[in-house]
Design a protein around this ligand. Structure first.
Ligand code: SAM
Length: 280
């Protein structure tokens, strides 16, 4: 396990993933009934953008920093930036929330979070951060076991972020297998699977497998900051959204052009939004 999210916190992929994830949780909270948030590869709660790891890569400068202090943010992004703002004092961008804190910030009394993180240091930090919150359970275990271990949830409403580090070549296959287990155990589970876009050709088989996996509804959302055939590294990223809550897709249609243009590197910047299974 070499991957540490502290090097990448607040980068373009985090901005995209977190803004969409936050909106999904907000829409689910329109109903008074409780929901359970599951985060299988949770990372930690707060990242210090002035710390050594962020300082080495400076990735947040081409991510959250580009949205900071902007006055023309689309509503979906304004809500996301507000949550980041709340983790900081005096409007200075220093601390960036990981997914557990992003969702934890708005968790209601009746909601619950189940977090799993395999790295011992991050799991311990996460446990300390939420130690006094009885709504939050932190597990140091393999996130791919989450669906089998915890679904169906008593609340009958669940939002699951599946966000592995993609250090292994079979991570996409493992994700898809876990998603299928989740849907078999609780068909209405809302899932957000994040995936990197490096070489688009490598994703074609994955798209085909998702489309034929028997999922009720799957919305594919992608944001590219560089031309997709550039082999520089992370050219963009995607989210496979299973059972996305209405009216997320219309809101994304209004938000993605703005986001893609703000986060684009020279010559890049694009987005995609379409249904691989089911439809609105
Ligand atoms: N979800 C976080 C966020 O959005 O702020 C970022 C997570 S980061 C991309 C992936 C995390 O998964 C890392 O913290 C890594 O230590 C952890 N990890 C790696 N393999 C894992 C596994 N099999 N089960 C659970 N966590 C794992």
């Amino acid at each position: 396990m070499n991957y540490r999210h502290s090097y990448h916190a607040g980068n373009h992929a985090d901005v995209f993933k977190h803004a969409v994830l936050l909106r999904m949780s907000q829409i689910m909270q329109r109903k008074e009934t409780p929901y359970c948030y599951l985060d299988s590869h949770a990372g930690t709660a707060l990242y210090d953008l002035q710390g050594e790891a962020s300082g080495k890569t400076g990735e947040y400068l081409d991510g959250i920093d580009r949205l900071w202090g902007q006055t023309d943010l689309p509503p979906l992004l304004a809500e996301y930036v507000d949550v980041v703002l709340r983790q900081n004092t005096n409007s200075e961008l220093r601390f960036y929330p990981g997914s557990p804190q992003l969702i934890g910030d708005g968790l209601r009394a009746q909601d619950r979070m189940i977090l799993s993180e395999l790295h011992p240091d991050d799991a311990a930090t996460l446990r300390d951060h939420f130690a006094t919150d009885p709504r939050v359970a932190v597990h140091q275990r393999d996130g791919y076991e989450l669906a089998k271990a915890f679904l169906p949830v008593a609340e009958k409403r669940a939002l699951w972020l599946l966000d592995p580090p993609f250090e292994r070549t079979d991570d996409l296959e493992r994700c898809l297998a876990s998603m299928q287990i989740a849907i078999q155990r609780m068909r209405q589970t809302v899932i957000a699977l994040w995936y990197p876009i490096k070489d688009e050709r490598l994703l074609r088989e994955f798209y085909r497998q998702v489309a034929t996996a028997g999922m009720p509804k799957v919305l594919r959302v992608e944001l590219n900051v560089r031309p997709v055939d550039t082999s520089l590294g992370l050219n963009g990223s995607g989210l496979m959204l299973v059972n996305p809550p209405w009216p997320l897709w219309q809101e994304l249609e209004q938000t993605l052009p703005w986001l893609a243009s703000r986060l684009a590197r020279p010559g890049g910047g694009g987005w995609r939004l379409d249904w691989l299974a089911g439809g609105p």
